[in-house]
Design a protein around this ligand. Sequence first.
Ligand code: HSE
Length: 291
Amino acid sequence: MITVRAPATSANLGSGFDVFGVALDRPADYVTVERAETTTLEIEGYGSEYIPTDPAKNTAGVVARELDAPAHITIEKGVRPSSGLGSSAASAAAAAVALNELHDCGLTKEELVRVAAKGEAAVSGEAHADNVAPAILGGFTIVRDDGVTSIPTDVSLVACLPEIVVSTRDARRVVPDSVAIEDLVDTVGSAATLTAGFQQDDPVLVGRGMREHVVTPARAALIDGYARAVDYAKKAGATGATISGSGPSVLAVCYPGRQREVASALIDGFNEEGVDARAYQSGVGTGAEIL
Ligand code: HSE
């Protein structure tokens, strides 16, 4: 029997739509696997009632099929589904690492990223490795067709989850089909700034590098309370804030020691718009680990 913990993750980071991701150090999913003739699933925890237990429709079940590694899989959800915090990716990543170990598959972490992304694709319809990459590799990650780069980093983060649901389908539908060249130039500048910020553990550069004027505003309109929450977070000392993944969560970056104030400000911003919210004060996580 093997148990793996895989963390919540935040994709996009504003300027890196479908490219950037970062591992949080909390919350997390826990996946336990035991050898079996056929794959079966048991799911408990936060939002587990919304997750299918049919292995063909579950990210972890699809990972077991891809690895030809049948098992009884128990998932303890700590990451709420449809949160924008990589919930299905956490389960897929933990299952991939656990089953690779249980069945001695011998895959590298980079290969497991591809397997876990297939698990995500089977359930969500589109293969984005921008959540499974940081969930497995940890740190700040850059995903491209030709490979994945992971940069270890130490930056203080706050993720705030409002009690609303934004479907990934809706969040992708509002993404514009094209961008003006000046927006492209601005986004490239932001992406480079953000990458340098993570390399240098610099919250000011990371915050500045989250600026993006194409995808983020289109999606922000779907999140009640987003504008006020971000405004309050910046007044409380956040160096930047943006939508986490496809939303509705918000990811803020700040100086060490400012997380408590920023977390309270984000919650207040949502609350004042009539939306309940919870916040996770987090560092950058290390990725999936066998316990
Ligand atoms: N990059 C993806 C998106 C993350 O923003 O739609 C969710 O899979």
